[in-house]
Design a protein around this ligand. Sequence first.
Ligand code: ZN
Length: 388
Amino acid sequence: MSLALRPSFGFGDRLGLATPGHIVVVRQTNFAPVFAQQSVRENTRTGRTPQQVMDDAKRAVEVAKWDLPWGADADHLKSVEDIPPFVEAGYTFFTIDPGEYVDNSADTDSLDVLKQKVRSTNWEEVSTFYSNQGDEQTWGPFDVELLMRAVVKYGKVIQHAAMMFQYLSQMKDEFDFEISVDETESPTTPLEHYFIASELTRLGVRFTSLAPRFSGRFEKGVDYIGDLNVLDAELAKHAAVTAHFGTYKLSLHSGSDKFSVYPLIAKYWGGRIHVKTAGTSYLEALRVLAKYSPDLFLKIYSLSRECYEIDKRTYHVSAQLDRLPSTNDLPSLLDDFHAREMLHVTFGSVLARFGTELKETLGKYETAYLEGLRAHFEKHLQLFQAQV
Ligand code: ZN
C-alpha cells in the first residue's frame, strides 16, 4: 500500500541485517517506515536483487511483528527497464531519477541559443499558461527568459517522469511516486521547483514526494556543508511552493547525518516530509566490527582506501585519503569525516571481497548492531519528532 502524505523515513539496508534495528527505533516515532529501499546503483554493487532486498525486510518485519504500514522503495530508477523487477517483488514506492535529462547548459545559454532550443518543446502552450503567473508569489514571477531556461533545463525531465508514471500506472493501481532531481549539477531554484511541480500536475502525474537539489553540499554520511542562513532563506521559498500545491511531501535525499538541517526541514514542512538515508546502517555495521573484530575491520579499511578513488566517481563526496586520521582507536574512525565518506562509498568493493565474513561476524554481535542502529537513528528522528 502507499504511505501517501504521512511523514515517512527511508532506511536503506545494504546488508539485509539492519531492519530489526530500524524497527526498534521507528516504533518510538510517528514516522511511517520504508524498510526495503535500494537503488539500482546499490543493487548492482551489492549483487542483490530487488526480491532479496524485499525478502530480508519482510523476514525482519514478521519476526518483530511490525503490523503497521511500511513501504518498499525502488530508489533512483532511471529507465523503464529498471521498473518490472521491483513491481514483481512488491515494491510500493518508486523514486524516479531523471537527472540525465536535465540540460545543465540552460543556466548559461545565450538568449539566441535558448530561443533555438525551445523550438523543439511545447513552448507556445507553456508560455501562454505561465504568462502573468506568480507575480506576487514568494518564488517570484516568470519573465520570458526565466521561463525559457526552465523549459529547456527541465522539459525532458518532466516528459521522462510522466512517461515513467504512465508505465507504472499500467502495472500497479496504488503506489507512491517520487521525483528526485537531487543529484543534478546545479541547485533547483524555487521557481524551477514550482515549474516542475506545476508541469507534472498539469500532465496528471500523481506524485507523493519531490526531492529538489538544494544549495550547499549534501554529501553521503556527513553533516551539511554550506551556509545555513542561505539555506534557511532558500527553504522558506521551497516551502511556499509545496504549500501552494499541498499535494506532495518534501523529500530529503542523502538525509543521514544532516543534523544541522533537520530543524529547518521540520520548521518549514512539519510532518509533510520523506527522509532518505542509505548507507549509514552499513557504517554502523562497520562500527561493530571496529569494536569487536578489529582484524576484519582493518582489512576492510585498507581495501576501502584502495578502492576509494574509483568507487567515489558516482557519488557526491569530498573526502581526501591524505587526510585520513592515524589512530589506534578504530571505532573513532567512524566519526571522522574523511574515513566515513571513504567507507560509505566503497561498500560494493568491500562486500564483493568480505561480504560473507562481514555478515557472519555481524551475526555474532546482533545486540551491539541493534544498539548502534538505535543510537544512530534516534539522533536523527528526535530532531523531527516534535513536528511529525
Ligand atoms: Zn538521491
